[in-house]
Write a protein that binds this ligand. Structure first.
Ligand code: NAD
Length: 362
């Protein structure tokens, strides 16, 4: 590695490029724990965000991931009208072979040391069981199983939010939000994707699905009366709405050229490979993009409800608000001729600034 690239990836260089309130490095020799907790912004409330356990190639990659994830959480909470800040944590290691009760509980003690500034939740590589271990050490954890008074599986709420985002975009593009007869392609029919297919079929939409898991694909197609299509060709096909529900980075220069849809609205995180470049490309091509962090906020809404007294009805109501929040973003994007993700960022930033500047005694 050259000196220049080393400097670019140095911890302080990475930290200087963002505006996080606090970044905590956690290390414990006995359990092998190596983790980073990032608190991006707590203006609106405690920083909530998932704990990701992943075999990062380098520590710089882990730091970059946690800084990016925690920032997104700030924007997600702000635009969804939740009184939460943004945070995130990463544990460096293989989530199948390196995880243990002791390691998760040791991590829980680091969370406890932050006195509620950061509230941990589930993410890639961690499970409700891991949240139980963290709970043994601190109350600052969410996403617990229903049996422990938690909110349980967040994916039905996440899918509901995505449905609301799709409906708002359909309303904007076609003048009515009815989905009957609209063709919608869901790529990735895992936890959120399958729930979304269910909701879309209930609305009598024509649903195309693809996944790298062939067995699952055929099973979900049969169960909901969806059309299974090849994952390699799905982007070349004609349909109204493309709902990416698998991996991030799927919207890039190559895929945008192939797209024939009017709307992109799915659950996957970080869909735009490059926010600025690809946001602009979509605007120029007339494809309406529902900002991912806005319409996939259902998972966070579930956690929010859990923190403030869980009620299924209230949670679903909050997820339904994603419809009006999306319309607001689309309106701003249209009136200012700016990409939708930029409009969303601006609305989120304004809310945070307004609350930060609140004056007056309690
Ligand atoms: P999941 O792992 O249950 O499902 C992902 C599905 O995508 C799997 O069926 C997998 O086979 C498939 N897949 C993987 N790579 C693919 C590819 N290249 N092409 C097509 N299919 C592929 O995950 P999930 O919980 O359903 O989450 C899906 C996405 O939504 C993720 O990006 C996640 O970060 C995001 N998200 C999830 C939640 C939640 O509550 N689970 C909330 C908000 C956002």
């Amino acid at each position: 590695m050259s000196l220049r690239s080393f400097e670019e990836r140095s911890v302080f260089n990475q930290l200087s490029q963002c505006s996080h309130q606090k970044v905590v490095f956690c290390s414990d020799e006995d359990t092998g724990l190596q983790a980073i907790i990032a608190v991006h912004d707590t203006t609106l409330g405690p920083a909530v965000g998932g704990v990701r356990m992943w075999s990062y190639s380098t520590e710089a990659d882990a730091l970059q991931d946690v800084l990016r994830l925690s920032r997104t959480m700030t924007y997600k909470a702000a635009i969804s009208g939740l009184n939460l800040g943004g945070g995130s944590a990463v544990i460096i290691g293989n989530n199948r072979t390196d995880k243990s009760e002791a390691l998760m509980r040791r991590f829980g003690r680091f969370v406890r040391s932050l006195n509620g500034t950061y509230i941990a939740g589930e993410d890639l590589g961690t499970s409700p069981r891991d949240m139980e271990y963290i709970r043994m050490e601190t109350k600052h954890v969410t996403g617990l199983p229903e049996s422990l008074g938690g909110s349980g599986d967040p994916t039905p709420t996440a899918a509901k939010g995505v449905l609301m985002g799709i409906k708002a975009c359909v309303k904007e593009q076609f003048g009515t939000d009815t989905l009957a007869g609209r063709s919608i392609a869901v790529q990735g029919i895992g936890h959120v994707g399958e729930n979304l297919v269910h909701l879309l079929r209930e609305e009598n939409a024509k649903v195309l699905i693809s996944d790298i898991n062939e067995d699952r694909l055929l099973k979900v197609a049969r169960k909901y009366g969806a059309q299974a299509v090849s994952n390699n060709n799905i982007l070349d096909m004609e349909f109204d709405v493309y709902a990416p529900c698998a991996l991030g980075g799927i919207i890039n220069s190559e895929t945008i050229k192939r797209m024939k849809c009017s709307i992109i609205a799915g659950s996957a995180n970080n869909q735009l490979a490059d926010e600025t470049e690809h946001g602009e490309m979509l605007l120029e091509k007339g494809i309406l993009y529902a900002p991912d962090y806005l319409i996939n906020a259902g998972g966070l809404i579930n956690c929010y409800s859990e923190l403030y007294g869980y009620s299924r009805k209230r949670t679903m109501q909050l997820a339904e608000n994603i419809y009006s929040a999306t319309l607001r973003v689309l309106k701003k994007s249209k009136s200012e001729n700016i990409p939708t993700h930029k409009a969303a960022n601006m609305i989120a930033e304004t809310r945070i600034a307004d609350i930060r500047n609140l004056k007056g005694a309690y």
